[in-house]
Design a protein around this ligand. Structure first.
Ligand code: HAM
Length: 425
């Protein structure tokens, strides 16, 4: 057998150290913003039936055609590592009869997703998204609220050079009529299009707006725009969303070329981009998907939501400032015993550790046989405010902030640390 070092697969990464702490801070902000707006946490399985994405995301999309990690399980069933969260949330909505609850049902998630994409900065094969979905209401206020909540999260995470682009894809008959007009325009100019766009004229003509190919861009400049052809209901809905966003003071640009890479959208679509990100500028986006629940076998149900990439938020944002001490008490040993032994002072120190945690202190105990100097160095690295060097009957309590120290009975240590911390607060 080879003893070569095994690395994490391309496009995946470990989350540890400071990165883990920053992600925890992001998750806390997301929870506070979304739960404060009535969203409940949902987590769905990492594996879903492949059919869910083929039907939900759309068989003509890049995601379904090229990017899914699909496997057969031991029972011969085709399963896929989730490439996105909206179809799974809609599946769960139907499976748990959530249409019987008061509407809209608002759900949020923070999970990892998988796409077999060309890996580069800001684009990974396993990545994390925070997402929010509101099901069961067509009200344009749901759209506006949802967009504003993502705007708030991005702002609080310090995302730089941010822009919000907004459009409407309409729905139903007007969309069908538009699709035919766009196809006619593409067919008439087929010679100037990229091969990829040409091949997709029948299946997915809207994606031509996303092309970076020069000839295609020129053709799309004169292409008919869906926003100009919305029917009266859809136009009124879009106008209401714009009005509500204005009222909330969130700046946006109407962008008639905005299309998204998933097939389920109807009416509102939007994307937050950051110019600080370079090529992968999409930080988060989403829109309405009023037909998706029904497409997955549920009752006709409106839906609106978004997802934002955690890695992209962190790349384009400034990490929240580290506040105060990370640890209240480092419980050390005044006499360093033989490694593996349990002298009475160690038992006493373990008692101090338990008591400190019961009192709500963030406490860590020396467990690696360090010298006194080594223990103080470790306490410093962990950001401890106090260090207790526990002896059998007496303990030295050091204040790492002002350098002072006192010797006291071991059973008084936690009380003294608590008092000191309270004075600090
Ligand atoms: P999406 O635009 O495919 O939408 O992904 C949302 C966000 O996930 C992107 O803006 C980006 O920040 C991040 N993202 C996507 N792919 C990658 C990748 N390979 N590496 C790193 N980050 C990535 C959706 O997934 C929809 N489910 C959004 C939605 C929710 N629409 C309605 N509800």
């Amino acid at each position: 057998m080879s003893d070569e070092r095994i690395k994490a697969p391309r496009g995946t990464f470990d989350v540890l150290g400071e990165q883990a702490a920053i992600r925890t801070a992001l998750e806390d902000r997301a929870r506070s913003i979304l739960e404060g707006a009535g969203y409940e946490r949902i987590e769905t399985p990492v594996l879903e039936a492949t059919e869910l994405f083929a039907r939900g995301v759309g068989s003509s999309t890049d995601i379904v055609q090229k990017e899914m990690y699909t496997l057969l399980d031991g029972g011969g069933r085709s399963l896929t590592l989730r490439p996105e969260g909206t179809a799974p949330v809609c599946r769960a909505y139907v499976e748990h009869g959530m249409h019987k609850r008061a509407q809209p049902v608002k759900l949020w998630y923070l999970s990892s997703f998988f796409r077999y994409e060309r890996a580069q900065s800001g684009r990974y094969r396993q990545f994390w998204q925070v997402g929010a979905e509101a099901l069961g209401s067509e009200d344009p206020a749901v759209d506006a609220e949802s967009i504003v909540l993502l705007g708030t999260l991005l702002e609080e995470m310090g995302v730089r050079e941010i822009r919000l682009r907004l459009s409407s894809l309409g729905g139903g008959e007007s969309r069908e009529r538009y699709r035919e007009r766009l196809q006619a325009h593409l067919r008439a100019n087929a010679g100037s299009l990229s091969a990829e766009v040409r091949e997709r004229i029948e299946l997915n003509p809207l994606r031509a707006f996303d092309s970076a190919h020069e000839g295609t861009i020129a053709v799309m400049r004169d292409a008919p725009r869906l926003l100009d052809e919305l029917d009266a209901d859809d136009a009124e809905h879009f106008a209401a969303v714009c009005q509500l966003l204005d009222r909330a003071g969130l700046a946006f640009e109407v962008d008639t070329t905005l299309v998204r890479g998933l097939d389920y959208y109807t009416r509102t679509v939007f994307e937050f981009t950051s110019d600080a990100l370079g090529a992968q500028s999409g930080v988060g986006g989403g829109g309405r998907y009023d037909g998706l629940v029904q497409q997955l076998g549920g009752p006709a149900t409106a839906g609106m939501g978004w997802a934002a990439g955690i890695e992209r938020i962190l790349l384009a944002g400034s990490p929240p400032p580290a506040g105060g001490h990370a640890l209240d008490l480092y419980v050390g040993l005044a006499d360093v015993g033989e490694d593996g032994s349990c002298p009475p002072a160690k038992t006493a120190a373990f008692g101090v550790l338990s008591e400190a945690r019961s009192a709500g202190l963030r406490a860590v105990m020396e467990m690696a046989g360090r010298s006194l100097k080594g223990q103080l160095g470790q306490a410093n690295r962990l950001g401890a405010r106090y260090v207790a060097l526990v002896g059998e009957g007496e303990t030295v309590l050091k204040d790492m902030q002002d350098g002072g120290q006192e010797t006291l009975a071991t059973e008084k240590v936690v009380h003294a640390a608590l008092r000191g911390l309270r004075e600090l607060a």
